[in-house]
Design a protein around this ligand. Sequence first.
Ligand SMILES: Cc1cc2nc3c(=O)[nH]c(=O)nc-3n(C[C@H](O)[C@H](O)[C@H](O)COP(=O)(O)O)c2cc1C
Length: 218
Amino acid sequence: MNILGISGSPRRHQTTDRLVQEVLSAVEGETEFISLAGRKISPCTACMACVKDNTCKIRDDMAELRPKIMEADGLVFGAPNFFSNLNGLSHCFLERFCQFRHLADGKLLAGKPVAIVSTGTLQPEIPGEIIARTLPYYQMEHVGTVSAQGAAACFTCGFGETCTIGAVRGMYGKGVQITPDLIPNLDQQPEACQEARLLGKKLAERLRQKRAAGPSPA
Ligand SMILES: Cc1cc2nc3c(=O)[nH]c(=O)nc-3n(C[C@H](O)[C@H](O)[C@H](O)COP(=O)(O)O)c2cc1C
């Protein structure tokens, strides 16, 4: 069993990375974790040069991820909420899945189970909903989603207590003082970590079931 975990957060070792790793930690078998932070992944340019061979021609870091995605038995993908949407890096990554949609009736990723990790400060569930909506385009199977609260940059930007449009004032109001206990932290969310491990087990179990059932008919 070979599970690939990918975090689309541009911040390393924060909530999204950690929750993806938590899911992977519960999988018995081979796992790999990849952070998209610092990688250059452009949006799909709709050039459609991938229609004849299911291979995107844009020369960037997606090229090295393509075979890993193809070869993985299952995926864990996590993304943070940026302005009630997927963050750009995660969005670009998913747009580039367009290359998997053509030859073989677009079934290159069909049936591959996916566990989703979703983070945000006020609405942690939004990225998960958006990722889940993309899976049917590739006939991938949604095994489940885990969400957790992460710390908006407003908690550490230096202006969080006074900024009238930031997350800190939005959550705690005028006069707020940022103390460490106020800053969202995965360590304070054991139930989310537990849920992530259960999701990892569910993903592994789904793969065992699929293996026992044998190859699906073409
Ligand atoms: C540019 C930007 C925009 C954000 N917008 C939202 C938002 O609209 N809603 C929300 O719940 N969180 C928002 N957040 C907070 C992040 O989703 C949250 O900090 C998340 O934990 C980031 O993931 P990370 O911890 O893996 O870096 C935003 C953060 C950034 C940097």
